[in-house]
Write a protein that binds this ligand. Sequence first.
Ligand SMILES: *[C@@H]1O[C@H](CO)[C@@H](O)[C@H](O)[C@H]1NC(C)=O
Ligand SMILES: *[C@@H]1O[C@H](CO)[C@@H](O)[C@H](O)[C@H]1NC(C)=O
Length: 347
Amino acid sequence: MGNNLLISFLLVVFEIAAPAAEGSQHFDSQQTLPSSCPAPDPTLNHRPAIGIVCHPGDGASGRLSNATNISYIAASYVKFAEMAGARVIPLIYTAPPEILNQKLNLVNGIIFTGGWAKDGLYFDVIKGIFQKALAKNDAGEHFPILAICLGYELLTMIITKDNNILEEFSAASQASTVQFVENVNIEGTVFGRYMFVYSPMLLKKMSIDCLVMQNHHFGISPERFLANKDLSGFFRVLTTSTDENNKVYVSTIQAKRYPIAGFQWHPEKNVFEWGSSRIPHSEDAVQVTTHVANYFISEARKSSNKPVAREVLDNLIYNYSPIYGGKAGKGFDEVYLFTPHSALSYL
Ligand SMILES: *[C@@H]1O[C@H](CO)[C@@H](O)[C@H](O)[C@H]1NC(C)=O
Ligand SMILES: *[C@@H]1O[C@H](CO)[C@@H](O)[C@H](O)[C@H]1NC(C)=O
């Protein structure tokens, strides 16, 4: 039965294909292409590049490198951008400011990753890039930011100018649900895509099943978030989640006037990290990652920045190789390592 169906299918394909094959062997691409393949939306940039800021350390508690000023990007963030149709340029925070600025001009959006560093040069670099991103948007360029875990926490510190804005929570290596804020308008946010483009079912599942991975000791309660004029003026709170002690914290936010989204959770882990048995890997969990990635890169495609192609190639993460650190059974599976020198070698 199955074979018969397959054969019928092949016959149909063959009959459709046959007349073309009998025709002229001369293919004039200029004549045939425009009529058969409509051009993609010309208002969008279909070759976006994403800058990911590296974080201090080797990402593996010294198992991979103890070098001074070593920094890393977990490959999960890179693959997360790639899976939705973008290429990645590493932004090595220890590089000289003028180099960082040049690289910022090569990308169409930024990811601030998770981690632990909340002060010093790293904090200053994140703050500087955030301010440049705001300026780009204010100047009319659509320049999105996805801030994950530490990245989200740093944005709250930068926006409030208060390094003590965060509260302590117990959500280390914990999968959780997300609860949507009552009557929240999710149109134009990461969840708007689920609702209006894909399946609203997934939103429902996210509020019942533990489909998002948390890994943090800090956060902000909805009460503190909403009471703070800087935060509630800048961001809309979309979801909350609950820690191991039933304390509620803000888990997803969207800037009101900028394409900036903040996640206390880790959208990249569900597909690409295996070091903790708590990370959800179900088909629904993979869909959550897919939708967040597609949301972010669809925002990056709205960026009109089209740098010189050769400069993009020279700075892509493909100039570096990831290292497998996950065999230890903990931490990140693959990381890219950088030294200040590796930044300069690509000039
Ligand atoms: C880094 O230092 C620690 C502690 O001294 C040591 O156990 C580890 O092997 C070192 N890592 C490397 C890659 O040499
Ligand atoms: C590490 O980075 C700091 C700050 O950029 C710099 O002052 C120091 O010289 C660097 N150390 C090494 C060993 O590269």
